[in-house]
Design a binder for this molecule. Structure first.
Ligand code: GRF
Length: 221
């Protein structure tokens, strides 16, 4: 693998356990990406502390300080550009990004969502799954488009829904899979193993039992 690592900007609003998974993955020598900066729209988000502890630049861009969404996003983009960010990972970021924001990172904005999309987009996905009575739930990493949780799916992981589950227990089971899936999906996209065809993605990789992705001989360069 080349020494050049893709530069990630991780956008957060809360606890940042998915951010932590990415920070931990990036500590592995062969991980093809590094977290260049973390930006939170919530000043008190614990995710900021996780970034600082990992020695990663942590910034607050509070949406409440901006009258217009365009101004908020311009400030956000300013921080990302300053940090040399190439890929944007939404990780519990509780703001919708606009089509204009996406234009600045074409095909390079990812999100993780706690359901098997296209089921249960939007807020409280785990609660929606319980209320609908599904027997299998899970999580999805997808490219972000202008809709809410509607972009092309990169990777998914499933977990069972147990009879005794409540929102907390199901969320915890899904979250454990999120922490495995997000680094894997990042590894796939930044190494060019994922190609887009409309809403469908093709993943040219062999994924090993320990969650590592190896390029297949036929993968695009
Ligand atoms: C995760 O469940 C993620 O799928 C959703 O928001 C939650 C963020 O959790 N988008 P954390 O801040 O990464 O712990």
């Amino acid at each position: 693998m080349s020494a050049r690592r893709a530069r990630l900007g991780v956008l957060v609003s809360g606890g940042g356990s998915n951010l932590q998974a990415l920070l931990d993955a990036a500590r592995q020598e062969d991980f093809p990406a590094e977290v260049a900066c973390v930006v939170s729209n919530v000043p008190t988000a614990y995710a900021l502390e996780r970034a600082r502890q990992a020695g990663v630049r942590a910034e607050v861009v509070d949406h409440k300080h901006f009258g217009a969404k365009a101004d908020f996003e311009a400030a956000l983009r300013g921080v990302l550009a300053d940090a040399g960010v190439e890929w944007v990972c939404l990780a519990g970021f509780m703001r919708l990004v606009s089509a204009d924001f996406l234009k600045h990172f074409p095909g390079r904005v990812l999100n993780i969502h706690p359901s098997l999309l296209p089921a249960f987009p939007g807020l409280h996905a785990q609660r929606q799954a319980l209320e609908r009575g599904v027997k299998v739930a899970g999580c999805t990493v997808h490219y972000v488009d202008a809709g809410t949780d509607t972009g092309p799916i990169i990777a998914q992981a499933a977990v069972p829904v147990l009879p005794e589950d409540d929102e907390a227990s199901l969320s915890a089971r899904i979250l454990a899979e999120e922490h495995r899936l997000y680094p894997l999906a990042v590894r796939l996209v930044v190494t060019g193993a994922v190609t887009l065809d409309g809403l469908r993605t093709r993943v040219d990789a062999i994924v090993t039992g320990d969650g590592r992705a190896l390029r297949s001989p036929g993968a695009p360069k």
